[in-house]
Design a protein around this ligand. Structure first.
Ligand code: G1P
Length: 295
């Protein structure tokens, strides 16, 4: 069994849907309750045994690097003032020395291009990719579930979920050969197909375990959907050689790249917090009643 040690986090996106907030704050720094999106992704990776964290960033994303820096002066002050809860919260951002690296993408040329830039940092071993926009709430992290399943299947693996046919053009979609339990063996993958030509409604969610052969495919590949270098196309090109399995994770996925998904995730994660739950539930109930009274 190959240990998946490295994960790539493509975080170079502009986050235009969240303007003006993202004018000066990377979208991955927007918080669900009090933790930024990037923290959820990094925690999920850590739970899956990831030891090296490779961020593909861009201009204006400096806050992401600062976020994982040690904040010696702040820690000292919190310690001095006995702020143990705040210290513990800060502790979540602490990563072992030398485990983080940041690579710049000079232009937004697609997810495939971003992943390709991580080739040197990844080297010649299977690796994970996590898109922090996709937040997955699960008792056991989605990537950890995938690592377990991947030990049986090998090859490329993508997280999947069923979507309404009308939404296929927002996702990579699998052409499914056969399914067994949580696993779907693909005979093809297509990026953002129109609903009338989508080969299925089994869509890719932003978690991947990839073989390094994907880099060779990316190196020779032309632009795909939206004129961008698509990761889906590279995986598809490697399908006959390496195999691709779709993995239906157990858990709930929020599209935090959209405002609707972000707001919904905020509510769900707030309700998960014991110290917030009762008051927040009361508030939501009262709100619903007053909305019904108006209707
Ligand atoms: C990316 C991938 C797509 C995948 C999606 C999941 O698209 O290209 O295949 O289904 O993430 O969130 P994006 O949402 O970046 O356009």
């Amino acid at each position: 069994m190959t240990h998946i040690r490295k994960a790539v986090f493509p975080v170079a996106g502009l986050g235009t849907r969240f303007l003006p907030a993202t004018k000066s704050v990377p979208k991955e720094m927007l918080p669900l309750v009090d933790r930024p999106l990037i923290q959820y992704a990094v925690d999920e990776a850590r739970q899956a045994g990831i030891e090296e964290f490779i961020f593909v960033t861009a201009a204006g994303k400096g806050a992401l690097e600062d976020y994982f820096d040690t904040a010696a002066a702040l820690e000292l002050r919190l310690k001095k003032n006995g702020k143990t809860a705040a210290l513990a919260a800060l502790g979540q951002t602490r990563m072992p020395e030398g485990t983080l690296s940041f690579i710049r993408q000079d232009q937004p040329r697609g997810l495939g291009h971003a992943v390709k830039l991580a080739q040197r940092a990844v080297g010649n071993e299977p690796f994970a990719v996590l898109l922090p926009d996709d937040v997955i709430r699960a008792p056991r992290g989605a990537l950890a579930q995938m690592v377990d399943a991947h030990a049986q299947t090998g090859g490329h693996m993508v997280a999947t979920m069923d979507v309404p046919r009308a939404q296929t053009s927002s996702y990579g979609v699998l052409d499914v050969d056969h399914q067994r339990g949580q696993l779907a063996t693909a005979r093809g993958m297509v990026e953002k197909p129109r609903p009338d030509v989508a080969p299925s409604t089994l869509a890719v969610v932003g978690r991947y375990i990839l073989q390094p052969s994907v880099f060779d495919r990316l190196a020779v590949q032309g632009p795909g959907a939206g004129g961008e270098l698509q990761l889906t196309d590279a995986i598809n090109a490697d399908l006959a050689d390496a195999g691709v399995t779709g993995f239906r994770f157990a858990g709930e996925r929020f599209d935090c790249g959209s405002i609707q998904g972000f707001v919904q995730a905020t509510t769900v994660y707030a309700l998960d917090r014991p110290e917030l739950r009762l008051d927040y539930e009361k508030f939501l109930r009262a709100r619903q009643e007053s909305l019904q009274a108006v209707a």
